[in-house]
Design a protein around this ligand. Structure first.
Ligand code: FAD
Length: 291
């Protein structure tokens, strides 16, 4: 899959990058270094997550504002329904609009205790579809929502999961970004099923370059993503060889992107974990170069 892609470096791929808000000065320096490294690749947008339980409202806001003020990048602010009334969430959204943020990634969110069930705030938005509708009432935001090629754990069936995505699109979502996955087939099947269900927005694959399979397994348990045996096998014996793990991470992710590219996918969203190197290397392999 990759050879023709590598050889031609066609320049027809568009990317976006996801960051999380830093907790410390040191983490802020790492994040900022990564933002500056990735900026020349001209991503469509760079998104900043909102901590579980709504815990990073100020830090998310500050990071988005800094990106807006100090770079030429288009920031996308993640916003969740957790632990806040509609009025509070609406106020955050209005504030974003007022400072010039036009793109929101609208999510239901998860409680801060891992594994706990989501309970809507008594005066809050009950789910992401309601949040999308609320945001569109405030201003004509560009809105991305989440989707799950391997089904969200709270969805009983695949069709319930697709119905939920359809509700988000009908409420005004402009695109959907997927949870990470390691099977191109799972994503492509999902893309077909979404099209059959009348979901007509862009479905952007979320690519997680994995250099630590144990951490990824912990993430995957809570979010309905499968870690295939071959991926576990790929990292066996490399616990003490971080550089080798990085090289394998780039190869595995680029191969996945190559398989998706061969099936017509032209946009990719990278979960950078605030580190630029892997995402930069994969983009380079895909022909995404500084402009
Ligand atoms: P929803 O689309 O609202 O759906 C969640 C589940 O509830 C689905 O299974 C759905 O079927 C069910 N459901 C919803 N409404 C109904 C209804 N009316 N009746 C019956 N069932 C219903 N989390 C964060 O905390 N911060 C982030 O910044 C963040 N960023 C993310 C970015 C991406 C690209 C992705 C894929 C996920 C992100 N998440 C984030 C995780 C996300 O918050 C969780 O996966 C959460 O559990 C679901 O959010 P959602 O927006 O998909 O929820």
């Amino acid at each position: 899959h990759l050879d023709p892609l590598f050889a031609k470096a066609r320049g027809d791929i568009e990317v976006s990058f996801e960051f999380f808000p830093p907790k410390t000065e040191k983490m802020a320096a790492t994040l900022w270094d990564s933002v500056q490294t990735l900026e020349p690749l001209h991503p469509r947008f760079v998104s900043v997550t909102y901590g579980a339980g709504g815990s990073t409202r100020e830090r998310t806001h500050a990071t988005v504002k800094r990106i807006l003020e100090e770079t030429d990048l288009t920031p996308a602010a993640h916003l969740t329904c957790v632990g806040a009334s509609r009025d509070e969430i609406d106020a955050v959204a209005r504030d974003y609009w007022d400072i010039g943020v036009r793109h929101i990634v609208a999510l239901r969110g998860d409680p801060s205790e891992p594994g706990a069930r989501f309970e809507p705030h008594p005066d809050g938005y009950a789910n992401a579809a309601e949040l999308v509708a609320g945001l569109k009432r405030i201003a004509p935001f560009d809105i991305s929502v989440a989707c799950y090629p391997e089904i969200h754990p709270d969805s009983g069936t695949k069709s319930a999961d697709l119905d939920n995505l359809k509700r988000k699109v009908d409420a005004g979502a402009d695109r959907t970004i997927s949870q990470f996955f390691f099977s191109a087939d799972a994503f492509l099947r999902f893309r077909d099923e979404a099209a059959d269900a009348g979901i007509d927005v862009e479905i952007v694959p979320g690519i997680l370059p994995v250099s630590n399979v144990a951490t990824t397994r912990r993430f995957a348990q809570t979010c309905g993503a499968c870690i295939p045996d071959w991926l576990n096998h790929m990292f066996e014996g490399l616990d003490d060889l971080p550089a080798a793990r990085q090289l394998i991470a780039a190869t595995v992710a680029a191969e996945l992107c190559g398989q998706l590219y061969a099936e017509g996918v032209r946009t990719f969203h990278f979960y950078t974990l605030n580190r630029a190197e892997l995402s930069y290397a994969i983009c380079h392999l895909l022909g995404v170069r500084p402009q």
